[in-house]
Ligand binder design. Structure first.
Ligand code: ZN
Length: 535
């Protein structure tokens, strides 16, 4: 049973109650709350991360809400370090990861490597207690009465857990109801400020980091450039980009250019944004930004009269989109940004609107079965409706493996049935009844297995394969792609080594697979390939 609404919402208040139990009165933020080891509190028996000896007396301010506005899915060091700290402190916890591929229109700090999904289950009482211990530790006041002291020293911006969200920019509101698609009962989401993400905050450095507003979008482009590590002390002006209808006769790649505009592409970049740029500058459109693309881009830049940087900087995007460069004279400035844009006030109307309504998804959830979420989809104007996907098999293959020699059918019960039900995302009551049978038949039909409703060796194998692949089935992989999706692909196409790096050997294995299945030999893995492979 998950925590009750009340106890959850009042977790922050709980820290104050803890102080009261310790015989200390916590009032008005000036309380002498000194004791962190409180007896008679279950949480006190659980470990919390170490507190560095060199913490300064000063502390970071409560972080403002600075949402994702660049496309930069590389894990940031402060987030990695925080993830490692939690997993070292709570050995039974895990990670659902940090970075995810950018999805145009989906605002999530995961797309900037600024968010961590801590794998903890709200239906596991032991893990709930551990999450509570950690959250209490993060959110209680320190000896000087600084609220949410440790959260500030990490630069935490907001936390989502078990249908609740707490933003440091709205701390006085405490835990609020979270209505995103994913209830966050399989993980705790932490989003970090740029200072926290870049590991510049006082927990790590012993020195208080000023607020860093990160990279700012520019007028007329969809994404801000990637963060270059230089702190930005000024809130970004609010920029809304709308391109209007496609001009008649516009090339098809213009839609993709608009979608990805602003992303700094350079040698080593890959994916649909690179493909669109390659098409626009008239070089081989293979989606991989190599030396050939760099020199083609430099020649194109020279022809357009802009600096031959060989990267897609702002001037290049404007030229690619056919936008006029901003007028150099101060007279009719097209971008009347205030010189000192005001920071968004906590709790303003913009805050709830711009907060993420859904977190991106990893190895779970039924609601996602029919919607590709962590993909890099083609831009909306060009996208055909997503094909219906087979049921999503959750939890990974390891949870199924121990039971894969046990035949299950109506009337079966126990741990193997629970594992099966969790994978199929039906009620995990351990009793194989009609609901489970129906879900098995649906899975079998979708995977071209005779829909008997009986989980035999063939069905177990298909389930484990789907469980391995399903987290990635909406991603596009090609030469240059890296990460766990590539490792999973390498396992099923027999590419060696399984190292998570999509190189020539993996491409060769994919080509061989495509040919063996009568698929177009592209060397690129998209939904068609994932489904053929058993996702
Ligand atoms: Zn998340």
């Amino acid at each position: 049973m998950p925590l009750s609404h009340l106890s959850h919402r009042s977790r922050f208040a709980g820290a104050l109650a803890t102080a009261a139990l310790a015989g200390v009165t916590a009032l008005g933020g000036t309380a002498a709350y000194a004791d962190t080891t409180v007896t008679n509190q279950p949480a006190a028996t659980l470990p919390t991360p170490p507190v560095p000896a060199n913490l300064p007396a000063a502390i970071e301010p409560l972080q403002p809400y600075v949402p994702q506005d660049s496309c930069d899915p590389a894990d940031k060091p402060g987030v990695q370090a925080f993830a490692n700290l939690l997993m070292a402190t709570y050995k039974d916890s895990g990670s659902y990861g940090i970075s995810t591929a950018c999805i145009p229109g989906d605002v999530s700090e995961h797309h900037e490597g600024r968010a961590f999904d801590w794998k903890m289950s709200a239906s596991n009482p032991g893990q709930v207690a551990e999450v509570n211990a950690l959250l209490d530790w993060l959110l209680k006041p320190d000896a000087a009465g600084n609220q949410a002291a440790m959260a500030r020293r990490f630069g935490i911006m907001y936390i989502i857990w078990d249908r609740k969200i707490l933003g440091t920019y709205r701390l006085s509101d405490g835990w609020r109801a979270y209505s995103g698609v994913d209830p966050h009962t399989s993980h705790v989401h932490f989003s970090f400020s740029w200072a926290g993400a870049q590991k510049r905050t006082s927990y790590w450095t012993g020195t208080v980091a000023p607020v860093d507003y990160g990279p700012c979008k520019v007028e007329g482009l969809s994404f801000a450039p990637q963060d270059d590590g230089t702190p930005n002390p000024t809130a970004c002006p609010r920029v809304t980009t709308s391109f209007g209808p496609m001009p008649a006769g516009a090339p098809a790649y213009l839609a993709a250019l608009r979608t990805w505009s602003g992303v700094i592409l350079r040698q080593g970049s890959s994916g649909p944004a690179v493909t669109a740029v390659q098409q626009a500058i008239g070089t081989t459109a293979d989606g991989a930004f190599g030396p050939g693309t760099a020199s083609a881009l430099q020649a194109w830049q020279t022809k357009k009269g802009i600096p031959a940087s060989g990267v897609t900087d702002v001037a290049t995007w404007r030229a690619l989109l056919g936008q006029p460069a901003p007028a150099p004279s101060p007279a009719p400035a097209p971008t009347p940004a205030p010189s000192t844009p005001p920071a968004p006030a906590p709790g303003t109307a913009s805050t709830p609107m711009t907060e993420p309504r859904r977190d991106w998804q990893r190895p779970r959830p039924a609601p996602y079965a029919s919607r590709p979420v962590h993909s890099r989809p083609a831009p909306p104007p060009l996208t055909a409706p997503a094909p219906a996907l087979p049921p999503y098999i959750a939890g990974g293959p390891a949870a199924l493996q121990p039971y894969s020699t046990t035949t299950l059918q109506v009337g079966s019960s126990g741990a193997p049935v629970v594992a099966l039900q969790k994978a199929l995302q039906v009620t995990a009551d351990g009793a194989f009844g009609p609901q489970t049978q129906g879900a098995v038949q649906k899975f079998q039909s979708a995977h071209r297995i005779n829909p008997t409703g009986i989980v035999d060796a063939v069905t177990w194998r298909a389930l484990m394969r789907a469980a391995l692949l399903d987290p990635y089935r909406t991603m596009t992989l090609q030469v240059g792609s890296t990460g766990p999706a590539v490792s999973a692909l390498q396992q099923v196409v027999g590419a060696q080594p399984v190292d998570g790096q999509f190189g020539p050997a993996t491409k060769a294995a994919v080509l061989a697979y495509q040919q063996s299945r009568g698929l177009p030999a592209t060397g690129v893995v998209g939904l068609r390939e994932w489904l053929a492979l058993g996702a």
